[in-house]
Design a protein around this ligand. Structure first.
Ligand code: ADP
Length: 260
């Protein structure tokens, strides 16, 4: 029951952000940022005010996917999120760097401080769903970031060539530690659909993600194909305009949760 949950981190009492969902992965390069961006886009299209807090401080790739360039505005106490063309609020290290090619080489504590600031100093709007692009992995850095945000639930992103069961187990351990539910499992780059003949190719072999989701009691599970159009859209800053409905089951689940 809800009364057993610890109080949320009292970081931003004036916050109008209602739900904070962390998007995690076992390692880099599996599409965590892409899924985070697409979730915010799809939930926005479903009628919710959405935001992205890019907590992947050392590899911030969210602004690029939305074609957001330039600097965040603000003063010493307030920082304003960038607003995408379709109204998604975004804050990322890349909006604060002089050059977006500058590497960020900070260690865990400074990373979590920055994320805390993103949460508390940024003037977020009346956001229904905030998606947090977490640092990759299930080690110290994501765990510290977890502790610095009032996270309500987790979406796990894995690719079929990984040991999905192990990643899910680690994510579940992390979620239990934080006393939040694993809401969904996304298997990214799951298959390839031939654009000419429509045939589906399971390049990395048969998927085990669905049975893993069932085994661990994760209620929502979905797949995204290897889609060159998706990669092109991310590169071109056009993530808001892609035709990809693979994350619809998660949006449906969020709708139901909001209705409850
Ligand atoms: P992560 O955040 O896990 O490091 P990214 O979201 O940055 O991974 O994705 C890594 C690269 O793979 C990006 O160039 C992205 O556009 C591409 N990519 C991710 N998912 C897909 C997909 N389903 N189809 C094609 N390209 C993808």
């Amino acid at each position: 029951g809800a009364q057993q949950l610890p109080p949320k981190a009292p970081l931003n009492e004036k916050s109008k952000v209602r739900h904070v969902i962390a998007v995690v992965s076992g390692k880099g390069g599996v599409g965590k940022s892409m899924v985070t961006a697409l979730m915010a886009v799809k939930a926005r299209q479903a009628g919710y005010q959405t935001a992205i807090l890019d907590a992947d401080i050392t590899g911030p790739s969210i602004p690029k996917a939305f074609g957001i360039k330039g600097h965040a505005t603000g003063d010493a106490e307030h920082l304003y999120p960038a607003i995408s063309r379709t109204g998604v609020e975004v804050m990322s290290m890349n909006l604060l760097l002089e050059k977006t090619t500058d590497p960020v080489v900070w260690r865990g504590p400074i990373i979590s401080n920055t994320v805390t600031q993103f949460w508390s100093t940024v003037v977020w709007g009346e956001v229904e769903y905030m998606f947090v692009d977490m640092p990759p992995g299930t080690g110290d850095v994501p765990l510290t970031v977890f502790q610095s945000l009032p996270i309500d639930g987790i979406i796990v992103v894995a690719s079929p060539q990984e040991q999905v069961a192990m990643i899910v187990e680690k994510s579940i351990t992390m979620a239990k530690l934080m006393q939040v539910p694993v809401l969904a499992l996304v298997e990214n780059m799951s298959y390839f659909k031939c654009p000419d003949c429509g045939k589906v190719h399971h390049i990395f072999g048969k998927s085990h993600a669905e049975e893993i989701a069932k085994k661990y009691g994760i209620g929502t599970y979905c797949q995204l194909p290897i889609d060159p159009d998706l990669a092109t859209a991310v590169d071109a800053g056009e993530i808001e305009f892609v035709m990809e409905d693979g994350l619809d089951p998660i949006v449906e689940m969020l709708k139901q949760r909001t209705a409850e």
